[in-house]
Design a protein around this ligand. Structure first.
Ligand code: C5P
Length: 401
């Protein structure tokens, strides 16, 4: 089966013992019909000779950033544009750290910065190095920016340690590459979602808001894009970059979020309300900064419109998914929300004094629909988002009924 015919794969090899397995990966990719070009970091050459990859790929191997001969054949920007997928396997801890920090002091790092194509990394390192918070933070950050993290596998390591850190086997990496090109579960589906907090002005310098970081909504936008959806992301103020390919509509207040959503809702097939919308807004926003002249002060608040309920109340409504952040009685409150907001699905998470939900990189969800339920175990928000998008796709297309 030549599943990768006409696919162009740029394979980056960094300095790690697993580099020898990437030779087999090149062979498998070529056998599956892909055109493969290999880029090595200088330290990768300490493990495998470039000639090995050249013989297997049928093309010269790229190594130097300042290589006049290579630049005249295909310069590094052209190489970054040429590929359909840039896969770094093995990706060493050092490479992952530099990639995360945006370094460009070798050809492969430069390509990672210059490429707009999907990028995947297959970490390979000692289990202690993998477990180190620095590596974990770097991988989480890369995942948050849309880089796919494939693996690592757990097991016996070249250094004698046992644990997670081994590169995925070439056959598993090939499967991931093939999956990457399979038509997404939401191919062509228009998905609208809200993310982040809203800000309700008190006066020109103060506002009421909440602890939502927007990470879950942005991870959902990324996962939906990867599933082939056309994504419109209506976002409150967050310090995150919108995933490449999403249409970003930046808003501040709940009223602005409502107006932006209503403008897009009639064209949407799926709506996900992931934003932590302020329930109330200040009745009379002061024109000037309020002075502290009295011992106490009160603010009169007015209920904001429920954006999710407004969308689910439309005549030609999209498939509606809500979120419920609860500190107690998760199932009871989630089911009540599913009912009274007239939703197709609700994803509930416990918030408060645990290590999931608001402001963290992790989440864990209980997902309910009218006649079913599924749990998504605690994991990175990008992993949880992918599973939720899979569930939404199943329910939306009816495959899960
Ligand atoms: O009622 P509650 O705020 O707990 O409901 C949470 C769900 O409703 C979330 O999906 C949130 O995005 C959505 N919501 C909304 N507009 C509001 C309040 C909540 O879309 N004004």
């Amino acid at each position: 089966m030549q599943a990768l015919i006409n696919r162009k794969i740029l394979l980056g090899v960094t300095g790690g013992i697993a580099a020898y397995k990437s030779a087999e990966l090149v062979r498998l990719l070529v056998k599956a019909g892909a055109e493969v070009r290999v880029v090595m970091t200088p330290s990768a050459q300490e493990f495998v000779q470039p000639l090995t990859y050249q013989a297997l790929s049928g093309h010269r191997v790229y190594i130097d950033l300042f290589d006049a001969e290579a630049e005249s054949a295909m310069d590094h920007i052209e190489l970054a544009r040429w590929c359909d997928l840039l896969l770094v396997a093995p990706a060493s801890a050092d490479f992952i750290g530099k990639m995360c920090a945006g370094y460009a002091d070798n050809l492969l790092l430069t390509l990672c910065l210059a490429s707009k194509r999907p990028v995947a990394v297959a970490p390979a390192m000692n289990q202690q190095m993998f477990a180190n918070p620095a590596t974990q933070d770097n991988l989480n950050q890369l995942a948050g920016r849309g880089v796919m993290v494939w693996g690592p596998a757990a097991g016996e390591q070249a250094c004698g340690d046992v644990g997670p850190g081994r590169m995925l086997e070439p056959g598993q990496l090939l499967d991931n590459v093939v999956l990457q090109f399979a038509p997404g579960k939401l191919q062509g589906v228009k998905l609208l979602l809200t993310a982040g907090p809203t800000r309700e002005a008190i006066d020109p310098v103060r506002y009421i808001s909440n602890r939502s970081s927007g990470k879950m909504g942005y991870a959902l936008a990324q996962a939906a894009l990867q599933a082939g959806a056309e994504v419109t992301l209506v976002s409150g103020p967050v310090s995150l970059n919108a995933p490449t390919g999403a249409e970003l509509v930046a808003v501040e207040s709940a009223q602005q979020m409502y107006e932006a959503v209503m403008q897009h809702a009639s064209q949407a097939d799926i709506f996900i309300g992931c934003a932590a919308v302020s329930d109330y807004r200040v009745d009379q926003v002061a024109a000037n900064k309020i002075k502290k002249s009295t011992a106490t002060m009160s603010l009169e608040l007015t209920l904001n419109v429920d954006i999710l309920a407004a969308v689910s109340g439309l005549d030609n409504r999209p498939f509606c998914v809500g979120f419920a952040a609860e500190t107690q009685d998760l199932e009871k409150y989630a089911l009540a929300k599913l009912e009274h907001k007239n939703l197709d699905m609700i994803a509930a998470n416990r918030v408060g004094n645990n290590d999931s939900g608001f402001e963290t990189d992790f989440n864990q969800l209980e997902v309910f629909w009218r006649d079913g339920h599924s749990s998504i175990e605690r994991g990175s928000k990008s992993g949880v988002a992918k599973q939720l998008i899979d569930l939404i796709a199943e329910r939306y297309t009816g495959a899960g009924s």
